[in-house]
Design a protein around this ligand. Sequence first.
Ligand code: SF4
Ligand code: SF4
Length: 438
Amino acid sequence: MPSFLLTLAALCQLLLAAHALRQGDWSLCAALGALALAVPARLGALRLVLAASLLLGAAHWAVAGASLVQMRLAFGEPWLRLALILAALCAASLGAGLWLLGERAGAAFHRQRGAEGTQAAAFLLTAGLLALARAKASVPVLLADRFLPGAGWLEVLVLGVYAGWLAGRMLDARQHKLLRPRIWALFSAVFFGQLALGLAGAHDLLMTGKLHLPVPALIVAGPLFRGGGLFMPILFSATVLLVGPAWCSHLCYIGAWDDRCARLGPKAPRVLPRRWTIGGRLATLLLVCGGALGLRLLNAPPELAAALAAGFGLAGVGVMVLVSRRLGAMAHCTAFCPIGLVGNLLGRLMPWRLRIDLATCTRCGACARACRYCALAAPEIEAGRPGLSCTLCGDCVGACPHDSMHYSFPGLSPSVARALFLILVSALHAVFLGVARI
Ligand code: SF4
Ligand code: SF4
């Protein structure tokens, strides 16, 4: 019986692929077909992805069938055979999709250390966000579409699989600690690599060609000076809404440099005092906001504003190279970058938190030695919660030998909260890899 239903599921998926080809969308056909052809591998995450695809397919057959029948009725053409065929397709897709969600189908697929739900959710979220960006943007946002028109669904598939793989691997806290700096550096390298190649003449690697400086402080200062251009503040706020302050540990194209510099320093980072992590960033926040408004009121030329912004960005790089490297702590992000403070403060409005289970914590300090964001001094450990500068990076979770560090979210157990956080952050990382360019 499972073999018959597996074959039915694969066939229904192939029919969806064929339908996409008939509509002229060859890359959607290839992506849907690839999911069907992967069925023999019986990967646990594929079961849930396939179920979602077939249930969406069933809805599509129902809607398309209803409108085709209405059209035929309006023109007085025969419609019964068409209605029966589409109803059968809808019923088969619906049945196969629902079966795939059940326990019996679960037994027919390989379990992947219980990670299949996390992997499938990261895949589906990534694919959904990229499909939305692709449909809504006025320019082709995916590189595949630029170099091979219409090929975007293949990039969606690849990035979705990547997000699923990543979320599954990072469920292991030690893997999260190892992988996070690597994928963050990868994102920064891809972002700046595209910018460099775009400026060198490969214009397809730029988003719109309207250049702006990649200095995080400009997320707030740019709109204040220009009196508009809210794309970056909206993007930043949306990520804070989803994953709290994790922009500054997983997503920022500059923060990855500070992480690199800090890792070149001592293994046990110095904890910067609050007057720096709060006072230092408050001062730079007031400086850049006041400076941007002042330049606007004075009608300063954009070239002058850009030169000052570049100077601020270079000063930040100086902090990374000279201070972060010496202290082993991310001095740029925790004491210099105003956006870091904005992220920390706005992040507090969101329910994501890191908590220390004081009943099992032995105060060994392993978490403090892993935290490069100056959020875990002795008083914070005693209080069972990291300081304001915590960015939910997760390094302390993988470092604690007693499993005493937990992600928390109201109403969810620590393991479910962490899985949800990893789904969101993996999907955002994959989406940023696909669409973040200047
Ligand atoms: S503190 Fe600034 S540079 Fe560092 S990660 Fe956050 S936004 Fe980026
Ligand atoms: S307290 Fe933990 S999660 Fe927060 S910044 Fe420090 S190491 Fe990262």
